[in-house]
Design a protein around this ligand. Structure first.
Ligand SMILES: *Cc1c(COP(=O)(O)O)cnc(C)c1O
Length: 369
């Protein structure tokens, strides 16, 4: 492969190659029904079946999914909501939007998902909700965490925006908590051709509140029975696209895992920390390694035609937009933060591109010795 051909971090063209979008799009165009119609209804049914829950309520994007989910749980000013600080501030945005107070707990050194011992400590004071993020596509220790939350009387909200299809013997992500949020942003494992999101739950009561909140607080047309409603809907075109893509999700996740396995094999023995799992509990949304001297590493990769990014460079408790009333000591989060690097990992990435990434990373370490 040519050195001057850059390996991208993500390519929508490669990820969507071979899909016929014209049929579903024209179906919607010719039906002349654009909002809350047959496609949305069918997608909600198909997606809840896929996850293994009773109800799916589609919304405009993953961030509003989190915010509406918190509202449906009755979270408001003065409530404490527990979350991690290494997941890109999305949960923090939702917590702040409903006027609640984020409580940050540390992550496990190996998986970078919520640490049960840290959660235990945080639960010594009452919290309304625990948000568990399945970061980078890795299923968190969700059954342990959910059990702890339950004992403490806190609800569990799973953030599955990076983990569509990740599963263990206990079930699929999104089926463990009281409710769970998904994003269908184009780069996610299941991505639309624009924004989209969903909330899933097996509770009839929560589902009812979610349906009301996503559409003006209406119980029926023009009858506002729930406060804090808004307009947050998935549109018919995106739903039609997602219906075409959903049956392909498992095979795409397998392609992502295949790339992760190739990297793991090809980078063996190098002074880097690699993802912990290559099994079905990992859907390789991102392939994130940890390396010392990240600046030099990413600069070398860039010069040799390999794109990288950092997910995420600033932990939530260090972001400057909000003031925190508590102090947080998160040593694992903080030390991981300065060493994280994401390598290209998406369906459609070719074998020669994977080989190129492996070759460049190996040559970086060779020239340093
Ligand atoms: C992408 C993402 C979101 C937000 O989804 P949007 O659709 O972009 O609003 C929330 N949480 C996590 C972990 C994400 O990766």
């Amino acid at each position: 492969m040519e050195v001057n051909q850059t390996v991208p971090l993500f390519s929508a063209a490669a990820a969507n190659a071979g899909i016929d979008f014209s049929e579903p799009l024209m179906r919607v165009v010719n039906r002349h029904w654009y909002i809350m119609g047959e496609e949305v209804k069918a997608f909600e049914r198909e997606f809840s079946d896929y996850v293994g829950v009773e109800h799916c309520i589609s919304v405009a994007n993953g961030s509003e999914a989190l915010e509406i989910a918190l509202l449906a749980l009755g979270v408001g000013p003065g409530d404490r909501v527990i979350t991690v600080a290494n997941a890109g501030f999305y949960s923090s945005t939702a917590i702040r939007a409903v006027g609640a107070e984020p409580v940050y707990v540390d992550v496990n050194e190996h998986s970078l998902t919520m640490c049960p011992a840290s959660l235990e400590k945080a639960l010594s004071r009452p919290a309304k909700v625990v948000i568990v993020t399945h970061l980078y596509g890795q299923l968190a220790e969700i059954e342990t965490l959910a059990q702890m939350a339950k004992v403490a009387g806190a609800a569990v909200l799973e953030d599955c925006a990076q983990s569509h299809g990740a599963r263990s013997s206990g079930g699929q992500c999104g089926s463990f908590g009281d409710l769970a949020c998904f994003s269908f942003y184009p780069t996610k494992n299941l991505g639309a051709l624009g924004d989209g999101g969903a909330i899933v739950t097996s509770s009839v009561e929560i589902a009812e509140r979610l349906r009301t909140l996503r559409q003006y607080g209406w119980s029926t047309k023009y009858h506002v029975t729930t406060a804090l409603g808004r307009n947050s809907r998935l549109d018919e075109m995106q739903a039609a696209i997602l219906r075409v893509k959903l049956p392909l999700l498992d095979q795409w996740n397998e392609q992502r895992r295949h790339i992760a396995r190739r990297y793991t094999q090809g980078l063996k023995g190098l002074p880097v920390t690699l993802p912990v799992s290559l099994e079905n509990d990992f859907v390789a949304h991102l392939f994130v390694l940890r390396v010392a001297d990240r600046e030099a590493f990413t600069q070398y990769l860039k010069e040799h035609g390999v794109s990288t990014d950092v997910h995420y460079p600033v932990p939530d408790h260090w972001q400057t937009a909000y003031t925190l009333t508590e102090q947080f000591d998160l040593p694992v989060t903080e030390s991981a933060c300065s060493r994280l690097v994401s390598l290209p990992c998406f369906p459609g990435l070719t074998e020669s591109q994977v080989n190129r990434v492996i070759e460049v990373v190996n040559s970086y370490f060779k020239q340093r010795t």
